[in-house]
Design a protein around this ligand. Structure first.
Ligand code: MFK
Length: 568
């Protein structure tokens, strides 16, 4: 009989995830975890079952923009895929935003919320994007304390009712680019006819994700304001008017992207869009930074989630795939490859969920000053570290499936295309490395990170983890030496910022793995986590550039640039 390969299959994604189970048992009070168990189990079942099957069947559906009705009216109607319609209902029902805002779980609300989001994300074609922005908008409105806007929007943004829940956009990027947001050209003009404090916005938003939202937070420059991010103000916009028409918005086109193809990302023209300032008429970049830190936390946790999906599929595939006389899961070289991506994925998970736990404490006003500062710097570190891991893991996962990983209707190439956005949106690796330097201004964040690591090393006593602990110690010492040589040379520090950030991110990953491994050993959970920690340590954590390279002219010579610092 002819041979046909079994496709990879998924089990209940909560039950099958040893790390998630261990982490929740380690960090949550037992009664809280037991209350949440049913919901996590249900979501894990859907994510590995009906939602995953629906995702495969929905593969070719994409959002459709209809700009005109048959009678010539401009309507700009966007229809999202059936999977996204289902995802919207489930997101509300499972409280994937709302959970973070409910009182009962206290500081643990964030861990529970992100555990749900982690299970939900990989079977819903990045519906996490509108959820991240919705969460960011709710938190930003609450933090900035604009009571009328809180009363108007937050109950909808944090609703568990699928018919009532709103999503929010985050409209920052313009044709001037997504990184240097201070260059934004959108202008805000007062509209006295609409009442005091009402503005109309005029400009183009170049990359607005999930444009089907009911509201957005956006930046615009009130007339007469100065340049840069300080001259921008943060505005609240409702996308539609009460009569159902757009609020001075036209959808020029949907973006034709490499991945996240279910996300209806659009170019918008704002032409007299009614908007209300959220918090004064300046400092827009500073005011939207709460939203950025929330969406960056989502990015890190969803990177971990997408890595977990890659691993679940390739491990199952390796059990079913026979080559050279055995299942490839029994082949030592294939085992090595899979063990290495598992180590990267689990490291990313623990770093992301450390940030999630800090966020929970910061929001509930339980965090010490050190924890607040740690949250500020760990957010970009976790986002940039996990974004890079997610692309590498997805690429390796496709390769582990051979040619099948390169064929669209297996659903596998999606893993790589959707991962590639993770190091790009919400700040590229370089922009976030510079954000780490920004977060370090005026405070010794390296000392904070050192004491975070030392605390965890002190709690790690098992002899099998000693070599991995020494890797952390050495990396911290190397980083201290590196900073000693480079910190006072601004150009060298900037040039070395990515290596510094990746090193700090990976050191933090390893310390999280070590304390998790120690907990597993102490709680009869076996030696799997310790083996993961040792494996990650063997990958190395130090990514620092040689200070001599950073100060030499080599990079300019390589790029053919003149020695005066200008492009040739
Ligand atoms: C699955 C996951 C889903 C994720 C969904 C994502 C979908 C969303 C789609 C998008 O919208 S993507 C667009 C996201 N855009 C970015 O992430 C912007 C990237 N660029 C940066 O982050 C730049 O660093 C930045 C725009 C912040 C630079 O702007 P400026 O005006 O040069 O900033 P400046 O002057 O250094 O800082 C202004 C103030 O903000 C300072 O405070 P002060 O006024 O008190 O001095 C900064 O300290 C503060 N600030 C900046 N970044 C901060 C921050 N504060 C806290 N946290 C931060 N991250």
């Amino acid at each position: 009989m002819a041979f046909y390969q079994d496709p990879p299959a998924l089990q209940n994604q909560f039950v099958a995830d040893a790390l998630l189970q261990e982490h929740l048992a380690r960090t949550l009070p037992a009664p809280l975890l037991s209350q949440a168990h049913e919901s996590l189990h249900d979501l894990g079942e859907r994510s590995g079952g009906p939602l995953y099957r629906m995702q495969l069947a929905d593969r070719l559906n994409e959002p459709r923009l209809t700009q005109w009705d048959p009678w010539g009216q401009r309507i700009d109607h966007i229809e999202v895929s059936p999977l996204w319609q289902e995802a919207a209902r489930l997101a509300a029902r499972f409280g994937i935003v709302a959970g973070a805002y409910e009182e009962a779980p206290g500081e643990h609300a964030r861990t529970l919320q992100f555990a749900h989001a982690y299970l939900f994300h990989p079977s819903t074609d990045v519906y996490s994007c509108p959820l991240a922005m919705t969460d960011g908008a709710a938190r930003t409105l609450i933090e900035l304390g604009n009571q009328p806007l809180i009363d108007r929007a937050v109950p909808f943004l944090t609703s568990r009712d699928p018919d009532a829940m709103w999503t929010s956009g985050q409209w920052m990027t313009e044709r001037t680019g997504g990184s240097d947001v201070g260059l934004s050209e959108t202008v805000a003009k007062k509209d006295e006819h609409q009442g005091a404090g009402v503005f109309r916005l005029y400009g183009t938003k170049w990359f607005t994700s999930a444009t089907t939202a009911q509201m957005a937070l956006t930046l615009a420059r009130p007339e007469g304001n100065g340049p840069g991010g300080r001259g921008l103000a943060l505005f609240y916009v409702e996308v539609k008017r009460p009569d159902g028409g757009y609020n001075g918005i036209t959808v020029n086109r949907l973006k034709d992207k490499l991945g996240t193809r279910k996300v209806p990302t659009a170019e918008l023209t704002l032409d007299g869009t009614l908007a209300v300032p959220v918090c004064g008429l300046g400092d827009g970049v500073r005011n939207i930074s709460t939203m950025l830190n929330i969406t960056r936390t989502w990015n890190a946790a969803m990177s971990a989630s997408s890595m977990r999906r890659s691993i679940a599929l390739v491990q199952d595939y390796a059990r079913r795939r026979v080559a050279f006389g055995a299942a490839i899961l029994d082949k030592p070289l294939h085992q090595e490859t899979l063990a290495s991506i598992v180590a990267e994925a689990e490291a990313g998970f623990l770093l992301a969920f450390r940030v999630v736990a800090l966020l929970g404490r910061v929001e509930r006003r339980l965090a010490t000053v050190e924890e607040q500062q740690l949250f500020r710097v760990l957010t970009p570190l976790a986002k940039l570290t996990t974004g890079k891991q997610a692309v590498a893991v997805a690429s390796e996962a496709l390769e582990a499936c051979g040619g099948a990983g390169y064929v669209e209707d297996t659903g596998l190439p999606l893993l790589l295309r959707d991962a590639q956005v993770l190091p790009i949106w919400e700040g590229t690796t370089n922009v976030l490395s510079l954000d780490v330097l920004r977060a370090a201004q005026g405070r010794d964040v390296f000392a904070l990170i050192q004491s975070e690591c030392q605390r965890q090393l002190q709690a790690t006593s098992d002899p099998s983890l000693r070599v991995a602990c020494a890797v952390v110690e050495k990396a911290l010492k190397d980083t201290a030496d590196w900073l000693g040589q480079v910190a006072t040379q601004p150009h060298a520090l900037e040039a070395g910022a990515r290596g510094l950030s990746l090193t700090l991110g990976r050191v933090l990953c390893l310390t999280q793995l070590l304390s998790h491994a120690q907990w597993c050993l102490d709680h009869a959970r076996g030696g799997r986590a310790a083996a993961v920690a040792r494996r990650f340590a063997s990958h190395g954590v130090c990514r620092l550039s040689d200070p001599a390279d950073l100060t030499s002219s080599d990079r300019r010579v390589i790029l053919g640039l003149s020695s005066d610092g200008k492009s040739a």
